[in-house]
Design a protein around this ligand. Structure first.
Ligand code: ZN
Length: 486
């Protein structure tokens, strides 16, 4: 009797399991669509197209600073590669600043314990904004180290006036190690932006920020900084975490003087371009799903992780779809954004040029956090998106990327679309190592693991095709317009 009951229970249990497996909700997708997503996943995980693309962008074209000859060559290159795939390609004009790094060096010329006739070199790099240069001969001034904006504001103006202010705010490695690298970056990059303005307000001679990022290889991290026509335009640079610590120690012992030369120039605007490449939809060609990254990079490295990798995985989406002979119902549009680093110029220009078509922008995806191991999909906007994407997450689970979660950051270039209600998405990437190399001379191809890049390309392809072929609509709850867009 006992045996019979056990067998019966086992039979019922396994029957129940079979039934629930068969009845697993497919949501907005037909079983056939979900099968196609699995085929795409398999093909993308075996595809080296994205790696070849990022290798060309970073090794052959090299750094692609905004307004440079390399950025222009990268526009031509991506457009030509997308034409080779048979896509409908055009470029759209974006007016961009041209920022050129000049000579840059710094040394301590007076400090406690100095050996007569010697000085100490400080590793420095200029930040980008109008009028950040020193005079040709540079400036020499006493160093003032502060640990926060509050500390700066608590000082009497005469203690700050004429000094080189060093903002010594540490990147939180532990926060980054817990999966919050972007949050750790956000806490320090605000100093890179606001430090210059606040130091200028207090009459400082120059502003130096401890590099906004991780790292212990004495590499300064560049980036944009604040500019206001209402404040004196003081020179601004970034120093390494090692040198920020050195200055904190030495200034505790006595006065420290630094000689600083920054020769960068913010030149008048030039024409550059976003690249737009469409794989036309068969049922709703007017409805667009964007897959994207940004084509410009900083000049110190070769822009492999920021954001050659993002461009490459976006380019791979139509390549792998075509390879399988699949046809998206909505149009899949690859966009290579120009000039993210100097203020999202390309993203803003696109939203303006396409304002009348915002309601036909079904969704936008961007990859702009390197090429680290991804664990799933993050989405902006509405929480309902998480439930809607559950069947897609189920497919991605097979390649270890089944997490779906909301996020405040799905890529800067698609924020201007998001404020118009376009739902936005990005892969969830492990960005712990990313911020070791981000905006430094070490942003080079060797930092990309081909397998991890394939994992990212897989998410882009599966998600883009899923959105292009889903039944029904997505909720369109846009972000409020952020301050920098006003
Ligand atoms: Zn980037």
């Amino acid at each position: 009797m006992r045996t019979v009951r056990c067998v019966l229970i086992l039979a019922l249990c396994s029957l129940g399991w079979v039934v629930s497996a068969q009845e697993k909700p497919t949501g907005a997708w037909t079983p056939e669509s979900l099968e196609q997503l699995k085929q795409l996943q398999k093909a993308a995980m075996a595809d080296d197209y994205a790696y070849q693309q990022v290798a060309h962008l970073s090794d052959n074209i090299g750094p692609r600073p905004v307004g440079s000859a390399q950025a222009a060559a990268a526009v031509e290159y991506v457009a030509a590669e997308m034409r080779k795939l048979g896509l409908d390609v055009h470029t759209e004009k974006v007016s961009v600043p041209r920022w050129v790094r000049g000579e840059e060096h710094a040394e301590l010329v007076s400090y406690p314990g100095q050996v007569p006739g010697t000085n100490q070199k400080i590793a420095v790099t200029a930040l980008a904004a109008p009028e950040v240069a020193t005079s040709k001969d540079g400036l020499t001034a006493e160093v003032l180290v502060v640990n926060s904006l509050d500390e700066l504001h608590s000082l009497p103006k005469e203690k700050v006036a004429g000094r080189i202010v060093v903002f010594n705010v540490k990147y939180d490695d532990k926060l980054a190690a817990s999966g919050f690298a972007l949050e750790a970056y956000g806490k320090v990059s605000q100093y890179r932006y606001a430090g210059r303005l606040e130091a200028a307000r207090m009459g400082a001679a120059a502003s130096l920020v401890r590099s906004a990022g991780a790292g212990n290889s004495r590499l300064p991290h560049t980036g944009g900084t604040g500019y206001s026509k209402d404040l004196p335009a003081i020179p601004a640079g970034a120093i390494t975490s090692e040198d920020a610590d050195l200055l904190a120690r030495l200034t505790k012992q006595g006065p420290v003087k630094m000689h600083l030369v920054l020769g960068s120039q913010w030149l008048s605007n030039v024409d550059s371009y976003n690249v737009i490449a469409d794989l036309k939809g068969t049922e709703h060609p007017e409805q667009v799903v964007i897959v994207s990254g940004h084509l410009d990079s900083w000049d110190l490295g070769t822009g492999a992780i920021d954001d050659g990798a993002g461009i490459a995985v976006a380019m791979q989406v139509p390549q792998v779809i075509k390879q399988l002979g699949l046809k998206p119902k909505r149009t899949i549009r690859v966009v290579a954004w120009m000039a993210e680093e100097t203020g999202v110029n390309g993203g803003l220009a696109y939203a303006k040029q396409h304002q009348a078509e915002m309601t036909s922008h079904f969704a936008a995806i961007e990859s702009d956090l390197g090429a680290g191991h991804p664990t799933g999909i993050q989405y902006g906007n509405d929480e309902k998106l998480g439930d809607i994407l559950a069947p897609v997450a189920e497919v991605l689970e097979a390649s270890g990327a089944g997490v779906v979660r909301p996020s405040d950051d799905t890529g800067a270039d698609i924020i201007p679309l998001n404020v118009h209600g376009v739902p936005t998405f990005a892969p969830i990437q492990d960005a712990q190592k990313y911020f070791l190399w981000h905006h430094t001379a070490a942003d080079t191809l060797d930092k990309i693991d081909p397998q991890e890049l394939r994992e990212n390309g897989t998410i882009m392809a599966v998600l883009a095709y899923a959105l292009a072929n889903m039944n029904g609509d997505l909720p369109r709850k846009g972000k409020p317009i952020p301050e920098w867009m006003k």
